[in-house]
Design a protein around this ligand. Structure first.
Ligand code: AMP
Length: 186
C-alpha cells in the first residue's frame, strides 16, 4: 500500500510529535508500505521520511520547484518528484496514495487534509482519509467537524468519514474494512 502523509514543516513545541511521527513511519515501513509526502527535510516531514528510510522503507517526495530550497528538499529519498506548482503537488500526492493520513501540522497540512477529504465527500476518489491524533492534537478539529454535522451542514456519515487513528495498525484495519460514504450528490 502507498500511504500519502501530510505533516508539518515545523516540529511543534513538544517532542511527542516527532516521537509519534517516527513511530508511525517505522510501523509503515516495517509493514512493507510506501510513504508519499511533501518531500521536505524539515519539521515532522523530515522526521517521518528519515524514520521510514532508516527502517528500510520506500519514501517518495513531491515538492514544487518554488519550495525546493525554502523547504529544503530531502535528497536521500527513494524518489523525488519536482513539480511546477502547489496544485500539481497536491494532485500527484492524491493520485499516488491508496489512503491519506494527516500528522500534526500547520495551515499547509490542514489545507491539504481538507482538500483531499472534500474530494472523498464529493466522490472524486473513494480512499480513506484519516488523522493521526497524536496527544489529542486533532481533537479541536474533530469537534468542529462533529458540530458541522450537528448543525445540518454535513451528513453524519460524511463527518464520520474523517477517521482518527492512534497508530499505524488502526490504518491497516481501517483500509481492510473500508467503505467510502455515498457521494454527496448520489
Ligand atoms: P505546514 O503544515 O504549514 O507546516 O505545511 C506543510 C506543508 O503543506 C508544506 O510543505 C507546505 O508547503 C504545504 N502547503 C500546501 N498548501 C499550503 C498553504 N495553502 N499554505 C501553506 N502551506 C501549504
Amino acid at each position: 500500500m502507498r500511504v500519502t502523509v501530510y505533516a508539518g514543516s515545523s516540529p511543534g513545541v513538544s517532542s511527542v510529535y516527532a516521537e509519534e511521527a517516527a513511530a508511525f513511519a517505522r510501523e509503515l515501513a516495517e509493514g512493507g508500505h510506501e510513504i508519499v509526502y511533501g518531500g521536505g527535510s524539515r519539521g515532522l516531514m523530515g522526521v517521518l521520511a528519515d524514520a521510514a528510510l532508516v527502517a528500510g522503507g520506500r519514501v517518495t517526495g513531491v515538492i514544487p520547484r518554488s519550495l525546493y530550497e525554502a523547504e529544503v528538499a530531502h535528497l536521500g529519498l527513494s524518489e523525488l518528484h519536482v513539480v511546477d506548482t502547489m496544485h500539481e503537488r497536491k494532485d500527484l500526492m492524491a493520485r499516488l496514495g491508496d489512503c491519506f493520513v494527516a500528522l500534526p501540522g500547520g495551515l499547509g497540512t490542514v489545507e491539504e487534509l481538507f482538500e483531499v477529504w472534500a474530494w472523498l465527500i464529493l466522490g472524486h476518489h473513494g480512499k480513506p482519509v484519516t488523522v493521526l491524533n497524536t496527544d489529542g492534537y486533532w481533537d479541536g478539529l474533530l469537534d468542529l467537524v462533529g458540530g458541522i454535522a450537528c448543525a445540518g451542514f454535513m451528513r453524519p456519515d460524511e463527518s464520520a468519514s474523517l477517521v482518527p487513528l492512534a497508530k499505524a495498525a488502526d490504518l491497516f484495519a481501517l483500509c481492510a474494512a473500508w467503505q467510502p460514504p455515498p457521494p454527496r450528490w448520489a
